[in-house]
Ligand binder design. Structure first.
Ligand code: SF4
Length: 370
């Protein structure tokens, strides 16, 4: 249990990690499977942990099959295994599925494997036995995001941090700001995580305090020479208002680096824009998702007026903050006319970038079950 660990235990785990943990994420210009096989030969892992989205499941299976062929235990976690554990565990090459949050489960699993002990009863894990019987453990308590050790990005190759942003290549470090989201959008898996954790009386949406965020960013600057901060939060302003005011006060004094965030249009206010400017905001991503008010409220459960969206974007435009908007098209029962409502709303606003995505029915979303 990560929360039950003392600082010394965390330090010793981090030390242990340096020689026992290796990240693999495919590089752009080489053959991913060849790279993966070389890493397996060089590192000789006992466990392969795959983080899987529904879209990446077929690719993940290719890697899992290679690991399975070499008799390496494979654990699959992430949003797809969480909402489709029975589909994922059915695959011959998957030994264990992690349902829900993985920190505590993965740590307990590694400790049990190192000590050669049974891991049959670890919360969150579905385990395939030798006779193909599946042990399905209940989900365990959530971690306290303010007490987690800082992420150790040393396990990734340093070139992973270089990303393009507004015409420059920057050393961008992502910082997890909240986990989860309190909103109810029907095309998104986040609301189902809230439902899943309500079954054990836990609130999935948790935010880091301003002090914790500032200290973590300082660590990213010292350790990884970050020169741009990517606030990883489903909706930046879903944090308690008090946390934002504290962050707006501390960030310019102690950090000052340009940063990116995403939020919902109706969370933008004049005061927030003023404070974001003082903090040195560089780019904001806004989810429009649909241009027809009635459809957006009824089908997507995003209740806000188009006027509010337009006014929010004007506030950002007047403050000279570059904005990217996200749209989705191709929802169930969406007509050509409805798609044109989205196009027309985009015509009414002025943004640096417009993204348009095709709707995908992901398991675990309310719209999937239509
Ligand atoms: S606001 Fe974003 S993250 Fe939250 S439920 Fe809606 S789409 Fe999902």
């Amino acid at each position: 249990d990560m929360e039950a660990l003392s600082n010394e235990e965390i330090a010793s785990f981090n030390q242990l990690k340096k020689s026992t943990l290796q990240a693999f994420s495919p590089a752009k210009n080489t053959n991913a499977m060849e790279d993966f096989c070389s890493l397996l030969e060089e590192f000789k892992p006992d466990l392969i942990a795959l983080s899987i989205l529904e879209d990446t499941f077929p690719i993940a299976l290719d890697f899992a099959e290679e690991a399975h062929r070499r008799e390496i235990t494979v654990i699959a976690g992430g949003i797809h295994p969480t909402f489709s554990p029975e589909v994922v565990i059915k695959e011959k090459c998957v030994d264990i599925v992690c349902v829900g949050e993985g920190e505590n489960a993965l740590l307990s699993l590694c400790k049990a494997m190192i000590a050669n002990e049974s891991y049959e009863n670890i919360p969150n894990l579905w385990i395939k036995c030798l006779d193909d019987k599946i042990i399905k453990n209940q989900i365990g308590p959530l971690v306290n995001v303010n007490e987690l050790p800082y992420p150790d990005y040393h396990i990734f190759s340093p070139d992973r941090f270089y990303r393009p942003m507004q015409g420059k290549i920057l050393r961008i470090l992502p910082i997890e700001m909240h986990r989860g989201c309190p909103y109810q959008c029907t095309f998104c898996e986040d609301p189902s995580l809230n439902v899943l954790y309500k079954t054990i009386g836990e609130n999935y949406h948790r935010a880091k305090t301003a002090r914790r965020l500032i200290d973590e960013i300082k660590y990213f600057i010292d350790e990884f020479e970050a020169n741009y901060i990517y606030f990883n939060a489903e909706t930046f302003f879903a944090m308690p208002q008090k946390y934002f005011f504290e962050l707006a006060d501390l960030y310019p004094k102690e950090i000052g680096l340009p940063f990116w965030l995403q939020t919902r249009p109706e969370t933008i206010t004049e005061e927030r824009v003023r404070l974001l400017k003082q903090m040195n905001v560089s780019n904001i991503n806004i989810g429009l998702e649909h241009g027809n008010e009635e459809f957006r409220a009824r089908v997507l459960k995003r209740k806000m007026a188009n006027k509010r969206i337009i006014d929010s974007l004007k506030l950002l435009q007047n403050a000279d903050i570059p904005v990217t908007v996200n749209n989705i098209m191709g929802y169930p029962d969406e007509t050509r006319e409805l798609i044109f409502d989205t196009i027309e709303l985009n015509r009414e606003i002025s943004t640096a970038t417009i993204n348009a995505y095709l709707y995908n029915p992901y398991k675990g979303t309310e719209l999937y079950d239509l």
